[in-house]
Each structure stands twice: as structure tokens, then as C-alpha cells.
Design a protein around this ligand. Structure first.
Ligand code: NDP
Length: 248
């Protein structure tokens, strides 16, 4: 147990599984108090028990973050509950992969609303408080798909390239307010993310690709996020691109 994040207040979105769950626990191990947001209450409640045992005084926020009002509400409720928000980890996301010609635009719209607009809405909501205190760190989870565009991932890459671009423009808007912005771009991570791909051929191909390598674990990404947010306030790690060693 370290105390590098003692007295820091963090909000992690998409904390009911995968990278978000591991990140909430890792920030708690470093001493942060942690609010956790996602749709599945039972998963959040189970995580909250673990967080409580680490002293993180968890706040559970059940929310559909594809809805911009909900994305703003979770920030407001965290600030009301803990008095402020220091670290916002925008991690919630889905990955709907399919060829452009066959794509269900309703699903893609939902993905863009969650992966891009939800992230923008929670970020916007957090800025006023961070600016007033001249202190804050926003971590946005993009992907290698935010750096390299592959067939069948057109809209997912549009979202994740978008997150990278948004993060850099945001950083340049807020750095003078002592607000840090980091964007994390992992390669294949062993999580539930691929389970929701509806296009069978794409899902099978991606699973076979992922199974061919030693994937990153959620904990690997969580440790990087915890490292970024526990640097001294003059250090801003803008971008982290991390792949499994076995990934091309
Ligand atoms: P998971 O599917 O395990 O986690 C996704 C999280 O997002 C869950 O907690 C889920 O919770 C939440 N979520 C999904 N939809 C919504 C919604 N509408 N409102 C609120 N929360 C929502 O996958 P990962 O941990 O892998 O994904 C986390 C992030 O990492 C994503 O942004 C993903 O794009 C990114 N990423 C993942 C990689 C990978 O290979 N796994 C690689 C690079 C980036 P719930 O369903 O309870 O709402």
C-alpha cells in the first residue's frame, strides 16, 4: 500500500469490469477516495465492498453515460459527496466492430455517444471545479485504434482518434489552469469488451487474433493510469501508447 494519492478524489467511469474496475482498485491502493460509475449496479456494489476494505470510501453511481445529462450528473454527485473531484478517468466504452457497408448506424451512434460525447460531457462538467481550485487531472482511455485504423473498426477508430484529438486540444486549453490531461492508448487487453461485437465473422477473427498473443491485463493498464496521476503536479504525461509485447 502506498499513499501517493492520499486525500485525492477520483471518479472512474466504466468501473464495473475490465480496465475501469482494475483502475478504481489501483487508485484506492494508492490512497485515493474513489467514485465508480457504470450501468451494472450489482458489479459496482461488489467492487465497492473491495474498495471500502482499502479505505477508499466508495461512492457508487449507476448511470448510462451515453446520456450526456448522466455523464454530467456523476461529476456533480461526486463533487457534492466528496467536496471536489481531483482525478477523472474517462474509461467507459463499447466496441462495435463491423464493415462499413453492413454497419448498424444505430449501434454506431450509441458507440459515438458513449465513447466520445459522454467523455466530453463528463470532462466539461469537471472543468469548473478543477479550474476554480487550479488542480485536476483528466485521463481519457483511447486505444491503439486511436492511432492505427483497421478494417471493420472504422467507427470505433473514429471514436478513439476523436478521443486523442479531443484530449490534446483540451490539454492546450487547460494547462495554464494547472489541469493535466493524459490519454492512454492500450493494445489488446483481456476484458469483456469483445463480447459485445455483433458481427460474427469480425468477432471470431478478433478473438483468434487476441488469443494468439499474451494480451495485456487490466491491471497493466491500471498501473499506468495510477502512475500518470501520481506524478508531481509539474509533470503531465500527455500520452501513453502501450501494446502487448506480442502485438505487431
Ligand atoms: P469492459 O467491457 O470490461 O468495460 C467497459 C466498461 O464500460 C464497463 O464497466 C461497462 O459497464 C461500461 N459501459 C459500457 N457502456 C456503458 C454505458 N452506456 N454507460 C456507462 N458505462 C458503460 O472493457 P474494457 O475494460 O476493455 O474497456 C474499457 C475502455 O478501454 C473502453 O473505453 C475501451 O474502448 C478501452 N480499450 C480496451 C481495449 C481492450 O482490448 N480491451 C484496448 C484499448 C482500449 P456497464 O456495462 O456496467 O455499464
Amino acid at each position: 500500500m502506498h499513499n501517493r494519492l492520499k486525500d485525492r478524489i477520483a471518479l472512474v467511469t466504466g468501473a464495473s469490469s475490465g480496465i475501469g474496475e482494475a483502475t478504481a482498485l489501483e487508485l484506492a491502493r494508492h490512497g485515493a477516495k474513489v467514485a465508480i460509475a457504470a450501468r451494472r449496479r450489482e458489479r459496482l456494489d461488489a467492487l465497492a465492498q473491495q474498495l471500502a476494505s482499502l479505505g477508499a470510501e466508495p461512492l457508487v453511481l449507476v448511470a448510462d453515460l451515453a446520456d450526456e445529462a448522466e455523464a454530467q450528473r456523476i461529476v456533480r454527485e461526486t463533487e457534492q459527496h466528496f467536496g471536489r473531484l481531483d482525478i477523472l478517468v474517462n474509461n467507459a466504452g463499447v466496441m462495435y466492430l463491423e464493415p462499413v457497408a453492413e454497419a448498424d448506424l444505430g449501434r454506431w451512434r450509441h458507440m459515438l455517444e458513449l465513447n466520445v460525447l459522454g467523455l466530453i460531457a463528463s470532462t466539461q462538467a469537471a472543468l469548473a471545479g478543477m479550474r476554480a481550485r487550479r488542480d485536476g487531472h483528466i485521463v481519457n482511455v483511447s486505444s491503439t485504434a486511436g492511432r492505427v485504423a483497421n478494417p471493420n473498426a472504422a467507427a470505433y477508430s473514429a471514436a478513439k482518434f476523436g478521443v486523442v484529438a479531443f484530449s490534446e486540444a483540451l490539454r492546450r486549453e487547460v494547462y495554464k489552469d494547472n489541469i493535466r490531461v493524459s490519454v492512454i492508448e492500450p493494445g489488446a487487453v483481456a476484458t469483456e469488451l469483445r463480447e459485445h461485437i455483433g458481427h460474427a465473422a469480425t468477432k471470431d477473427a478478433l478473438n483468434a487474433w487476441a488469443d494468439s498473443m499474451r494480451q495485456l491485463q487490466s491491471q497493466d493498464v491500471a498501473e499506468v493510469i495510477a502512475f500518470c496521476v501520481s506524478r508531481p503536479s509539474h509533470v503531465n504525461i500527455n500520452e501513453v501508447l502501450m501494446r502487448p509485447t506480442d502485438q505487431e
